[in-house]
Design a protein around this ligand. Structure first.
Ligand code: A3P
Length: 289
């Protein structure tokens, strides 16, 4: 992949050189988890920030309600990011905090096995991930120029995007789920069955929520609330990284937006690759292709 801001870390994944370095990746790979940690794992654009908000609300409703413009990067830091390793070096990372990662399983699994770390994997229809990722590239300044939608479509299917192949990511993590304390939640279920999804997530995390707690969480993590109180827009630390004239982080927040982007030919090609890559997987996803 071309682009000054991208580092090839293995033959099959590359990372944003603006956010990660070989050293920060090594620190992530050797990170000593503690059993109380909660690791949120997503492929980019699957609803990461949304789930970070939900996790913060499940555990710390009162506090987080008043702090909704705090960037989740400081509440749920990304394990592989340079700023996380710098905070670790300074002893600033609070061990009660949640950790987020987009890394494929192979980088972390040996340190997670035999631990009680609760791993929450968020999956989203890859066609919607693709569309969201395409728009994200257009407005963030630290990702390579990816050209047209058609060009990005090809790169996504070939796994030549930052963090590599969506298919390898999900297969890698689901492939080790039985060896970990693992829970899968999907963007689609969060959208369509929000009460049930949040209760199931809280159950997995060992937190009891009353129905009114769920309502509060749903209010503060709704697309409208989050987009209006959006730290990406409000907080000055983010301003150098985004060009808000070209797009926004809280873009659509819907399912099946891909139908407006993929041509019939692209859709057929995508489905063929999906079938070839995912056909063996027994896990049933709630999206239609
Ligand atoms: P779209 O670009 O399709 O709108 P991530 O946090 O992993 O980068 O994912 C970003 C995607 O999640 C974006 O998708 C964003 O709009 C969507 N999103 C963020 N908060 C959301 C919410 N509260 N409800 C629904 N979608 C949300």
């Amino acid at each position: 992949m071309d682009g000054i801001n991208v580092i090839e870390v293995t033959e099959d994944i590359s990372l944003s050189g603006h956010l990660c370095s070989q050293e920060s990746l090594n620190i992530a790979t050797n990170f000593q988890f503690q059993d109380s940690d909660i690791l949120l794992v997503t492929f980019p654009k699957s609803g990461t920030i949304w789930t970070q908000y939900i996790l913060n609300l499940i555990f710390n409703k009162e506090k987080f309600q008043n702090q909704n413009s705090i960037p989740t990067i400081s509440l749920n830091p990304w394990l592989e990011h340079i700023n996380f390793s710098e905070s670790l070096a300074k002893g600033e990372v609070s061990r009660s905090h949640f950790i987020t990662t987009h890394l494929p399983a192979k980088f972390l699994v040996s340190n997670l096995k035999n631990s009680k770390v609760r791993v929450v994997y968020v999956a989203r229809n890859p066609k919607d991930v693709l569309v969201s990722y395409y728009h994200f590239h257009n407005f963030v300044k630290f990702l390579p120029d990816i050209g047209s939608f058609d060009n990005f479509f090809d790169q996504f299917l070939e796994g030549k995007v930052v963090y590599g192949s969506w298919f390898n990511h999900i297969k890698g993590w689901l492939g080790v789920q039985h060896e970990l304390n693992f829970f899968v939640i999907t963007y689609e279920e969060l959208s369509q069955k929000p009460h049930q999804s949040i209760q199931s997530l809280a159950n997995f995390l060992g937190k009891k929520l009353e129905p009114e707690d769920v309502e509060t969480i749903l209010h503060y993590c709704s697309f409208s609330f989050m987009s209006q109180n959006n730290p990406v827009k409000i907080n000055p630390i983010f301003q150098p990284f985004f060009d808000h004239s070209k797009g926004q982080f809280f873009r659509k927040g819907i399912i099946e937006n891909w139908k407006e982007y993929l041509s019939p030919e692209q859709n057929i090609r995508f489905n063929k690759v999906y079938q070839a890559e995912m056909g063996e997987l027994t896990f049933k996803f709630p999206w239609s292709l």
